[in-house]
Design a protein around this ligand. Structure first.
Ligand code: URA
Length: 235
């Protein structure tokens, strides 16, 4: 299956070279019609089905539900977290527990709704006891995220926390060193580079709440909104 995903990614980058995907998708305006022949909805549904049946690593034996991700197939903005937690594992949806409620507030503070963006994780299944993802689990699972990124073609990815940021940027640094500025992620050779803004994970914010940390996340999100040409709500 990973071979099939790899081939699909190569095809995607081949088509990207011919601009099949508009670099500016309409998405933050959910009323905007999808460009003709560019609707990734069906491919995302097929991919989600594949993910729910995945048995590539041992997490399939402990999960209740795989959590493929959800949101606007034309999103200009994508959030990538670490892995589903207990609530997400029960519901099969990303960021629906306490951290998810804080993420919803961050999205709303930006003047957006959850349905306007796409939300997913590096790992699609919950590591038992919420332990850190293992390198081999990331290696097995990352083709799914790459497919999602290739299909949705967001303009900006917000990497939530150290695991998402390190994986996307291929850097060993902590989130404190990575956050606050744009990096670049290229889903496959020849594809258009996508801006990545690392910021603190909402669960980290919940456990290390301080005005300074909250302000740092807001500063990061303001840079994202500014890059997307969105008005910045005054606080
Ligand atoms: N934490 C994550 O990283 N992802 C989720 O979906 C929920 C909590």
């Amino acid at each position: 299956m990973h071979e099939a995903l790899r081939q699909h990614l190569e095809l995607e980058s081949f088509f990207t070279g011919f601009s099949l995907k508009s670099p500016k998708s309409p998405a933050l305006n959910p009323q905007a019609p999808a460009p003709q022949n560019q609707d990734p909805t069906q491919d995302l549904v097929a991919l989600a089905t594949q993910i729910t049946q995945c048995q590539e690593c041992t997490l399939c034996s402990t999960r209740r539900h795989a959590v493929p991700g959800e949101g606007n197939p034309h999103a200009r903005l994508m959030f990538v977290g670490e892995a589903p937690g207990a609530t997400e594992d029960r519901q099969g949806r990303p960021f629906v527990g306490n951290a998810g409620q804080l993420l919803d507030k961050i999205i709303q503070a930006c003047g957006l709704r959850r349905e306007d963006v796409y939300i997913t994780n590096i790992l699609k299944c919950r590591p038992p006891g919420n332990r850190d993802p293992l390198p081999e689990e990331i290696t097995q699972c990352i083709p799914y995220l790459k497919m999602q990124i290739a299909l949705i073609a967001p303009e900006v990815i917000v990497a939530l926390g150290a695991h998402a940021a390190r994986t996307l940027l291929d850097k060993p640094d902590g989130i404190g060193a990575l956050r606050g500025r744009f990096w670049s992620f290229t889903v496959s050779p020849g594809a258009t580079p996508i801006k990545v803004m690392p910021t603190y994970h909402p669960a980290y914010l919940l456990h290390n709440y301080s005005t300074d940390n909250r302000k740092r996340v807001w500063e990061d999100m303001k840079k994202v909104m500014s890059h997307l040409g969105m008005p910045i709500p005054q606080r």
